[in-house]
Design a protein around this ligand. Structure first.
Ligand code: 13P
Length: 255
């Protein structure tokens, strides 16, 4: 009942020309099927080129960040309306790199979630604990806080477009993947907290992606877990071959 979502977060990689060529290759391999939702998130400067490259395919385009306000004196920032002009339909919110490097807190991330929903963008709310937090037994408390505060004020009837991405910080770009059991445990807890917020029916419909060193070699066992509904992929999304292979894996994975 939950369609897999395979999403590529390109981070600060690819010029517009490079993005167009990668997006084309992804569209060639994975852009004519409807079984799995596929999303690419290029940097801002490459959104227009990437959107053009996938225009006659089923591939969707997302941004990696946005400002909650619609316009104003926010030097260097981008609004939801500016994103929608480039056929953006999803936006990553609260990625751990934004939290740690750019000091974004849960309240600011919550404003972005609310603004994305108001402006008809689907927010992908990213949550996850650091290694220190995991080792001191705080994983559940940290992720629950990020979920509750990130989704504050989001009602049950607004839940449909919301996607959650669980990305343990210690697994991002490190080659260390959470084991399928470790990931499943947190995903199941997230679904329970979503149930507390929105009721079980809405929680059962919400997609929860895993992110953190996901690659073709481990995608199958992660996607096979009952509460893992897709992936948010960094490094392995920068090459069409590995990314498309994971779309293929999702297509083959039956729950
Ligand atoms: P890696 O797949 O490179 O570990 O990155 C994960 C991530 O941060 C996706 O948002």
């Amino acid at each position: 009942m939950r369609k897999f979502l395979i999403a590529g977060n390109w981070k600060m990689n690819k010029t517009a020309a490079e993005a167009a060529s990668l997006a084309k290759e992804i569209a060639l391999g994975a852009g004519q099927q409807h079984g799995v939702d596929v999303l690419i998130c290029p940097p801002f400067t490459a959104l227009a080129a990437a959107a053009r490259a996938v225009e006659s395919s089923t591939i969707k385009v997302g941004a990696q960040n946005m400002h909650p306000e619609t316009a104003g004196a926010f030097t260097g920032d981008i609004s939801a309306e500016m994103l929608r002009e480039h056929y953006v339909t999803f936006v990553l919110v609260g990625h751990s790199e934004r939290r740690s490097l750019f000091k974004e807190d849960d309240a600011f991330i919550n404003q972005k979630v609310l603004s994305a929903l108001k402006n008809r963008l689907r927010p992908v709310l990213c949550v996850g604990e650091t290694l220190e937090e995991r080792e001191s037994g705080e994983t559940a408390a940290v992720v629950e806080r990020q979920i509750r505060e990130g989704l504050a004020g989001v009602d049950k009837d607004q839940a449909d477009p919301v996607v959650i991405a669980y990305e343990p910080v210690w697994a991002i770009g490190t080659g260390k993947t959470a084991t399928p059991e470790q990931a499943q445990e947190v995903h199941a807890s997230i679904r329970k907290w979503l149930g507390d917020l929105w009721g079980d029916a809405a929680a059962r419909k919400t997609r929860i992606l895993y992110g953190g060193s996901m690659k073709p070699a481990n995608a199958g066992e992660l996607l096979g877990q009952p509460d893992i509904d897709g992936g948010l992929i960094g490094g392995a999304s920068l090459e069409a071959r590995s990314f498309n292979q994971m779309v293929e894996t999702a297509l083959e994975t039956k729950k």
